[in-house]
Structure formats: C-alpha cells, structure tokens
Design a protein around this ligand. Structure first.
Ligand SMILES: NC(=O)c1ccc[n+]([C@@H]2O[C@H](COP(=O)([O-])OP(=O)(O)OC[C@H]3O[C@@H](n4cnc5c(N)ncnc54)[C@H](O)[C@@H]3O)[C@@H](O)[C@H]2O)c1
Length: 253
C-alpha cells in the first residue's frame, strides 16, 4: 500500500536529472498514476519509459513548455481525460541564466520570470477547477532560498521570480483552502545535479557546502521525500507555507 494509491500526480519539468524526475519517481513508487511533462520531448519520452519500466505501469510523458498556456491547459486536460481527476500538481519548472542586473537584457529578464512565475500560474489556474470540484488536491510550487536571500551571482530575475512564487502560493492557498485544496511552496538550497555545473563556477558549490551545517549539497531525493510528505494526508493541516530544505544553509526565524 502506497500513500498515493489511486491518486493522479502531475509534475512539470520532469525529464531533467534533478528534482522533477526524482519527485515523479517517488510519487509513482508510492502508488500515484503519473502524468509528466517537460519542454524537452526526447528526454521526456525516455524518462517516462524508464519510470514506467521501473513501476510496471504506464507513465504519460508530454512535451509542454510551461510558458505556453495552451500547452499547459492541454497537459491538465490530458490527465483529466485519462484519469478523471488530478490529486497532485508539482510546479517544478524553473530556469536560471546568470547576468548582472545592470547588463541584463529584456529577454533574459522576461524569460526567467516567464518559466518560473508565469508557468506556475498557468498550471495552477488550469488545475484548480478540477481540484475544487473534487474538494481535494495539493499544489506544490518550486521556489528557492534565493527568493529570501540576496544572491550575488547575477540572479535578480530568478530571486524576483522565486519570491513571487512565495507570495503567489500564500494568496492561492488563502483563496482555495475552503474548497479543500492545499498549496505549498518549497525553498530548496543547493540541490546538486550535473546540469548546475553549466551555470555556476566550482567555487560556488564549495562556498555553499562550507556554510551548510549538514556539510553537503542536497540530493533531488531529499526534496522528493519532502514533497511526498507535503502531498500526503500526514500534512493535511499544512497550507500556504514555504518550507525550507537547505541543510541549514538558510534557517528561517
Ligand atoms: N537545483 C537546485 O539547486 C535548486 C535550488 C532551488 C530551487 N530549485 C528549483 O527547483 C526546480 C527544479 O530544478 P532542478 O535543478 O532540480 O532541475 P530539474 O531537473 O528538476 O528540471 C530541469 C528540467 O526543466 C525543464 N524545463 C526548462 N524550461 C522549461 C519550460 N519552459 N517548460 C517545461 N520544462 C522546462 C528542462 O527541459 C529540464 O528537463 C526549479 O524550479 C529550480 O528553480 C532548484
């Protein structure tokens, strides 16, 4: 018996080597039917097949760019048509591209806001009518500790988007709590995956580990475990919270 037997879980940006794929796998291992999406179609197909093979049941993997509201609507609709319900939505898609704010072009600013913040809005808007009708559902939004802290590596757009996700989470949680839907955000610290080495220099990783009381970077599975708890009935009195998972790098007062 899994905590999510018979439930339907949707995860965006589930084809990378990081949090999205780990969350999908964890929710699937605990019984959820998975409908996954990513902007990268080939990787999405491969990952859906791989997880399907591991679980021994079908996993849907769709090409969805979260900045395209039509594609996002089609993603939610596909899940509803297939399974008749959506219990869990993990808005995982995020993007960062370092640039000092005084050199940042309009496109970079807009793209980072679009993927992180607008994508979260599009999917939340599309899924809520289904969850509210069922009087059941959990939405998990992916913020970052950079939504609290002042990162100095050229991440003003990313910090603004992630802080925006925190405010969005609280407002939506307040609106939909009476309809039986919970909404939470996570604020992870550095969660290692190989792709991050293309964004950050090596000293960045060393600096974070040095100032992390638990002395390591996070693993995608650490975040997946927390999301599984937040989506479960064990967390049924938690909504509107931003939950930190940073190994102690950032400790909220
Ligand atoms: N990794 C970290 O250290 C860290 C820390 C704090 C917050 N986060 C947030 O956690 C989330 C997951 O990050 P991750 O690093 O674990 O990567 P991940 O592997 O979960 O996600 C990467 C995937 O995102 C997909 N993607 C990018 N743009 C997209 C778009 N427009 N639409 C759909 N898919 C898109 C890519 O194709 C890739 O497969 C992001 O929101 C990120 O901002 C990550």
């Amino acid at each position: 018996m899994g905590r999510f037997d018979g439930q339907v879980a949707l995860v965006t940006a589930a084809a990378g080597a990081g949090i999205g794929q780990a969350v999908a796998r964890k929710l699937g291992q605990e019984g959820a039917h998975l409908v996954l999406s990513d902007a990268h179609p080939r990787r999405m197909t491969e990952v859906a097949l791989q997880i399907s093979h591991e679980l021994g049941r079908e996993v849907v993997g769709m090409e969805v760019d979260v900045t395209n509201p039509d594609q996002v609507n089609a993603f939610i609709q596909a899940a509803v048509e297939r399974h008749g319900r959506v219990d869990i939505l993990v808005n995982n898609a995020g993007l960062n591209k370092l640039a000092p704010v005084w050199e940042m072009d309009n496109e970079t600013w807009k793209r980072v806001l679009d993927v992180n913040l607008n994508g979260t809005f599009y999917a939340t808007r599309a899924v809520l009518p289904h969850m509210m009708r069922a009087r059941k559902g959990v939405i998990v939004n992916m913020a970052s500790m950079h939504g609290y802290l002042g990162p100095d590596a050229g991440e003003a757009h990313y910090a603004a988007a992630k802080a925006g996700i925190m405010g969005f989470t609280r407002a939506v949680a307040a609106e939909v709590g009476k309809h039986g839907v919970r909404v939470v955000a996570l604020s992870p610290g550095l969660i290692y995956n190989p792709f991050l080495e293309r964004i950050y220099p090596k000293e960045f990783f060393d600096g974070i580990v040095k100032h992390t009381p638990l002395g390591r970077t996070g693993k995608p599975e650490d975040v997946a475990n927390l999301i599984a708890f937040l989506c479960s009935d064990e967390a049924s009195f938690i909504t509107g919270e931003v939950v930190n998972i940073t190994g102690g790098f950032y400790m909220a007062p």
